[in-house]
Design a protein around this ligand. Structure first.
Ligand code: CMC
Length: 384
C-alpha cells in the first residue's frame, strides 16, 4: 500500500478514519433495520407501523429477544415472569429513598440498575436477568419520582401490563385505557434502533465478556446525553422556556435565532434518517390528539412551527425525541423523567443485542490515530 499522510503523519495503517464512526458497519444483526433514505424501520421482520398498530410492549420484548412473535402461552409466561420480578430489593429501595432529591433521574436509574446485579438469583441466566432488569426499571423510576416528591412509594401490581403498572406506581392511581395505550405505544416505538450510541456501548461492554448488568448500566450512561436520549427532556425544556416569554413567544423566530447562532435544535436531525423519522410520524399524531384533549394545543402548534421552520431553513426533520416530549408531558410526566421512560423501553433492544453479541462475540477494539509528539526528552520535575 502506498504511504498516506494526514498532517504529515503516516496513516498507511489507518485507512479508515471516520469521525463518529459514520457509515461504519460493525456488526450484522437480526434485531432491526433502518433505511435512512425512505424512513423505513423494521424490528426483527416487522415494520414499525405494523407493530405500532398491533403489538403490545411485551410482544415486542419477546420479538426482540427471540426474533419471532410469541404464541399465547409464551406471551402469558413472559407477562407472568415480568410481573413476578417487579419488586425492588430493599437495599435498592433504601438507596432511592436516601439519595439526593435533586439528583438527575437518569443518574439514579444508572446507579440503581448497577446495584440490581448484587441481588440476582445465583443461577439466573442472561435471559432471566434481562427480564428482571426490564421489570425493575419502571419500579426504580416511579419509586424515585415519588420519593423525591415526598410521597409514599407505591408497590408494583401483581397484574397488568408494564405500561399500566408504571403509570399506577408513578401516580398512585390506576390509569385509564387511553393513558395505558399511549404509554404502551411509546414503549413499542422506542424499543430498538440499530447501532445507536447506547446499543453500541452495550455491545462493547458485552464483547469484553463482562456481564449484562454492566452492559445495561453503560448503555444508560450513553442514552442520558442530550445528543441521544436526553434530547426529549431538552425539547420539553425548550418549549417550556418559550412559554415563559408569554405573549412574546415566537417559535419561528426562536428556531431561526438558534440556527443563526449555529446552535442545535433539540429533537431534530439524525445520523441515519435523512427523512421524517417513522417513529415521529406516530408520535406526532399522538401529540396532536393529546394536546387537544389536555389543553396544550399551543405546545403542539409551536412544535409544528418549529418543524416547518427547520425544514425550510435547514431541510432537517424531527427525530423520535421531538414529539415524544409533548406526548409524555400531556400524560402528566415530569420532563426530567422522559429519558428514563426511553430507557424503560430501549432496555429490550440493548439486551437483545447483548444476546446477539455474546452468541457471536469478538472483542470490539477500534484504533485511534496518534497525532501527538513523539520522542520527547524527559525533564526532571523540578526543572519543568
Ligand atoms: N439543529 C440544527 N442543526 C443541526 C441539527 C439540529 N438538531 N442536527 C444537525 N444539524 C446540522 C449540523 O449543524 C450540520 O450542519 P452543517 O453541515 O451546516 O455544519 C448538519 O446538520 C449535519 O449534522 P451533524 O452534526 O454532522 O449530524 P450528526 O449525524 O453528527 O448528528 C445528531 C446527529 C442527532 C447528533 C444531531 O442531529 C443533533 O445533535 N441533533 C440534536 C440532538 C437530538 O435531537 N438528538 C436525538 C437523536 S435521535 C434519537 C436518539 O438517538 O435518542
Amino acid at each position: 500500500m502506498a504511504e498516506q499522510k494526514i498532517n504529515n503523519i503516516d496513516v498507511t495503517d489507518y485507512p479508515h478514519i471516520n469521525r463518529g464512526l459514520d457509515g461504519i458497519v460493525a456488526f450484522s444483526t437480526t434485531k432491526s433495520s433502518i433505511d435512512g433514505k425512505t424512513g423505513e424501520l423494521i424490528f426483527s421482520g416487522y415494520h414499525i407501523d405494523t407493530l405500532a398498530e398491533n403489538a403490545t410492549f411485551e410482544e415486542v420484548c419477546f420479538l426482540l429477544w427471540n426474533d419471532r412473535l410469541p404464541n399465547k402461552t409464551e406471551l402469558d409466561e413472559l407477562n407472568q415472569k415480568l410481573r413476578s420480578k417487579r419488586n425492588l430489593p430493599e437495599p435498592v429501595l433504601n438507596y432511592i429513598k436516601s439519595t439526593n432529591k435533586k439528583a438527575e433521574p437518569m443518574a439514579v436509574l444508572r446507579t440503581a440498575v448497577s446495584m440490581l446485579a448484587d441481588f440476582q438469583d445465583d443461577d439466573a441466566d442472561d435471559t432471566e436477568s434481562a427480564i428482571a432488569i426490564t421489570a425493575q426499571i419502571p419500579s426504580i423510576i416511579a419509586a424515585f419520582d415519588r420519593a423525591r416528591n415526598g410521597k409514599e412509594i407505591v408497590a408494583p401490581l401483581k397484574d397488568g401490563s408494564t405500561a399500566f403498572n408504571f403509570l399506577y406506581m408513578l401516580n398512585g392511581e390506576k390509569p385509564g385505557q387511553a393513558a395505558e395505550r399511549t404509554m404502551d405505544l411509546c414503549l413499542v416505538l422506542h424499543a430498538e434502533h440499530g447501532m445507536n450510541a447506547s446499543t453500541f456501548s452495550c455491545r462493547t461492554v458485552c464483547a469484553t465478556e463482562s456481564d449484562i448488568f454492566s452492559a445495561v448500566t453503560g448503555a444508560i450512561g450513553a442514552l442520558k446525553g442530550p445528543l441521544h436520549g436526553g434530547a426529549n427532556t431538552a425539547v420539553m425544556n425548550t418549549l417550556l422556556n418559550l412559554k415563559k416569554q408569554g405573549d412574546d413567544a415566537d417559535p419561528v423566530a426562536f428556531t431561526k435565532g438558534k440556527l443563526e447562532r449555529k446552535e442545535k435544535m433539540m429533537g431534530f436531525g439524525h445520523r441515519v434518517y435523512k427523512v421524517f423519522d417513522p417513529r415521529a410520524v406516530h408520535l406526532r399524531k399522538m401529540s396532536k390528539e393529546l394536546s387537544e384533549e389536555t389543553g396544550h394545543e399551543y405546545l403542539y402548534e409551536w412544535s409544528e412551527a418549529m418543524v416547518k421552520t427547520m425544514k425550510e431553513e435547514k431541510n432537517i426533520d424531527p427525530n423520535v425525541d421531538f414529539f415524544s416530549a409533548t406526548v409524555y408531558y400531556s400524560i402528566g410526566i415530569e420532563p426530567d423523567l422522559f429519558t428514563c421512560i426511553f430507557t424503560m423501553s430501549r432496555v429490550t433492544g440493548w439486551t437483545a443485542h447483548f444476546f446477539e453479541q455474546k452468541a457471536n462475540n469478538r472483542l470490539i477494539r477500534p484504533r485511534a490515530l496518534y497525532v501527538g509528539d513523539k520522542n520527547k526528552e524527559w525533564v526532571p520535575v523540578e526543572k519543568r
